[in-house]
Design a protein around this ligand. Structure first.
Ligand SMILES: [Fe+2]
Ligand SMILES: [Fe+2]
Length: 372
């Protein structure tokens, strides 16, 4: 006889099984069913559904400041389904979030680390889920997508790693920043060993990330035709500055890349990889980190940029605490406000005026939850 009462845990496991069953034959029609099953699992655990994203949108519909916005989803770190379904659930939640935005963002930037170990099946699952995003999706590569086959599968699915386009007066650049010098050949590593070494950010065996000579030459060539008064929006996976070397929160040739960007009046760099609220300003360049959907990284013990509004340590028992997605609002004068849509916390907005004034104006409200 079936029990009358089902525990929270039982309901969670049932919803999980349903989500995984539906994922097996994921296509456009079954997506809604999967997303609904995923939301059911979240509710069964007593967690809050996504909140505040729509409210933020209304708050920014300011007719005095015409502009446009894009949303982002980043660092999904998808494993094969049989190994980990939690991260699958998280990216489905992010897709639901951005599809619910009204008005819709002009595009959605995917910030890299789609896969966990660069496996074709991990990348394909990510690609299939991102197909359900209503707005156009722009892809960026992360180290977790790259080092199994040095980008072979990623490029066959998503195209070139460096590219640019013009959008409403802004020149947008997607720049591959996770090139590494060859540390694997001399050590006779297999492709999987190479991938796992890079994935272990703090093991000290791998090289540091860099844009590299080829990438820098591409960037110089791309910008040669762009006037210095044109606002630049640059996407990179690693931060294009030197934050914390031991964890590869770092781009080795950041100084040279910043020098290429220096002649431009307004430059906004939005990066993935660090999985945390992170804000920095170096001269004319405003930097913003993206949240991960998979997990929040702790802050590095040294080198945290002083303009960062820190989030307290996330609840380790809440999958969604400290994770999320977000938006960037590009204003007509070429500067950008960054909105962190934290899933189980209030959103945090870091305005361009806060960075431009070196923290004197418009200080963002910090998250209020206690440190766990
Ligand atoms: Fe990541
Ligand atoms: Fe990364």
């Amino acid at each position: 006889m079936a029990p009358k009462h089902k525990s929270v845990e039982t309901r969670f496991m049932e919803a999980r099984d349903e989500a995984l069953r539906a994922l097996r034959g994921l296509d456009r029609r079954s997506f809604l069913k999967v997303a609904a099953a995923s939301a059911g699992a979240v509710l069964a655990r007593g967690l809050l559904p996504p909140h505040a994203f729509q409210l933020v949108n209304v708050a920014y519909a300011d007719p005095a400041q015409p502009g446009w916005s894009f949303a982002y989803i980043s660092d999904t770190h998808l494993y094969e389904k049989k190994l980990n379904e939690r991260f699958v659930r998280a990216v489905l939640k992010a897709v639901d979030d951005v599809n619910a935005l009204s008005p819709q963002p002009d595009f959605v930037l995917f910030g890299g680390d789609l896969a966990q170990l660069g496996k074709p099946e991990e990348l394909a699952m990510g690609r299939d889920i991102l197909k359900e995003v209503k707005a156009p999706v722009k892809m960026m590569v992360g180290e977790h997508d790259w080092f199994l086959d040095l980008g072979e599968h990623w490029k066959s699915m998503f195209g070139p790693v460096n590219y640019s386009f013009d959008h409403k007066g802004v020149h947008v650049v997607v720049l591959m920043s996770v090139v590494e010098r060859d540390f694997w050949t001399a050590r006779k590593m297999t492709p999987l060993e190479r991938m796992q070494t890079v994935a272990g950010l703090d093991n000290g065996t791998q090289s540091r990330f860099e844009v590299g000579e080829e990438g820098r030459a591409w960037l110089k060539g791309d910008l040669a035709k762009v006037a210095h008064t044109t606002p630049l929006l640059v996407f990179s996976h690693s931060p294009l500055y030197k934050y914390y070397r031991d964890w590869n929160f770092w781009t080795e040739d950041a100084d040279e890349v910043q020098a290429i960007l220096k002649p431009y009046a307004h430059v906004t760099v939005v990066h993935g990889h660090t999985h945390q609220l992170l804000s920095n300003r170096i001269g004319n360049i405003h930097f913003h980190g993206m949240l991960s959907t998979a997990w929040p990284w702790p802050y590095a013990p040294t080198g945290l940029p002083p303009l960062t509004v820190m989030m307290n340590r996330a609840d380790p028992f809440d999958q969604f605490d400290g994770t999320g997605d977000g938006r960037v609002v590009m204003h007509a004068d070429g500067v950008a406000d960054k909105i962190y849509n934290l899933w189980d916390r209030n959103p945090v907005t870091v305005r361009a005026s806060f960075l431009a004034s070196n923290g004197a104006r418009d200080k963002p409200m910090a998250t209020k939850l206690v440190t766990y």
